[in-house]
Design a protein around this ligand. Structure first.
Ligand code: HEC
Ligand code: HEC
Length: 280
């Protein structure tokens, strides 16, 4: 007992490199919890019971009910291999070879690293298995045809590298990865076309975001965000407060609470640096 107390007390006084070493001793499940938070998996897959799904997502194509991704072997994804998991998140293909609809943002997760997917699965495997069956989506023809999704992917999911990864600055590269692969800012801040695909015009905002919300632009002539300083951006990510002193609402408040408020100070700085250089 005494040793533990002593170690806890002295951690704050350790040189930075030692503190980092302590952070590296996080278990895989703890590292996976961080990825799970940043990627916002709970926003869609947790309604009543953690990871059991069942959340109704209203879209222009009909209503999606998110599936159970708890480690239950019968109703969840407990019997999936790492390969099954990676293929679902990166390619949007089920273990049975069916295409998922892009309401599941694999269009962003496709950039997740092998290591992040590995620890994410360890974390999910460590959660409680929930015995709740999936609900069928309620989609209008022709969107209820999964085969059509192959065509959708051909149209929209071009195999481009993660935006911003060509930067020479490692901090901006890390920020680009957080923004595009994990926190998927563009999924909401980019307008979608009829089939639900993201246009390649960037985060110019849209009046028809998820649940019909109006989403402001982060780039482009109409975006007030282009004038934000680095401090303004870092404060928004941490607290959800804009330079005018307003707090963001709607789904953005969940993004703050569930994801960006949990960024480590270094990752907050990296994401801030990436977002800042979009306009400067
Ligand atoms: C914006 C909402 C949303 C977010 C965020 C989201 N998902 Fe999903 N997910 C869905 C929907 C909707 C489906 C069902 C797609 C379909 O049936 O075509 C799905 C399907 C899945 C499946 C396939 C399950 C099965 O039984 O076939 C897995 C696995 C999955 N999601 C894991 C995750 C993980 C892990 C995260 C976080 C990294 C995540 N999802 C984030 C909406 C979301
Ligand atoms: C689930 C959809 C969604 C995701 C994902 C999302 N946003 Fe938002 N964002 C919104 C909505 C909706 C608003 C408007 C909130 C309001 O009106 O209060 C918003 C507002 C903002 C604003 C305020 C802009 C202004 O001019 O006032 C900023 C900045 C922002 N988001 C940045 C981000 C960043 C950075 C990410 C990725 C880390 C992100 N958003 C991810 C939906 C989203």
């Amino acid at each position: 007992m005494r040793i533990i107390t002593y170690m806890t007390l002295s951690l704050a006084a350790l040189p930075l490199s030692w503190a980092n070493a302590a952070q590296n001793q996080q278990s895989d499940s703890e590292k996976g919890a961080y990825i799970f938070d940043l990627a916002g998996c709970a926003s869609c897959h947790t309604k009543d019971k953690p990871l059991a799904g069942g959340l109704a997502m209203e879209t222009d194509f009909g209503v999606f009910y998110t599936p159970n991704i708890s480690p239950d072997k019968e109703f969840g994804i407990g019997s999936w291999s790492q390969t099954d998991f990676n293929r679902a998140l990166r390619e949007g293909v089920s273990p049975a070879g069916e295409h998922y609809f892009p309401a599941f943002p694999y269009t962003s997760y496709r950039w997740m690293s092998d290591e992040d997917l590995r620890v994410l699965k360890v974390y999910i495997d460590n959660q409680q298995a929930v015995k709740i069956a999936n609900q069928k989506h309620d989609l209008a023809f022709p969107f209820n045809q999964r085969g059509l999704m192959g065509y959708w992917k051909w149209l929209f999911v071009d195999p481009m590298p993660v935006p911003g990864s060509d930067s020479q600055d490692p901090q901006i590269q890390r920020g680009a990865y957080i923004a595009n692969a994990l926190t998927h800012c563009a999924e909401c801040h980019t307008p979608r076309s009829l089939l639900g695909g993201q246009r390649t015009i960037g985060m110019i905002g849209t009046t028809n975001g998820p649940e019909g919300e109006s989403v402001p632009g982060l780039v482009g002539p109409k975006a007030s965000f282009v004038q934000w300083s680095k401090d303004d951006i870092a404060t928004l990510l941490e607290l959800g407060m804009t330079p005018e002193g307003d707090f963001v609402g709607g789904s953005m408040s969940h993004v703050i609470d569930n994801s960006t408020a949990k960024l480590t100070p270094e990752d907050n700085q990296a994401l801030t640096a990436y977002l800042y250089q979009l306009n400067n």
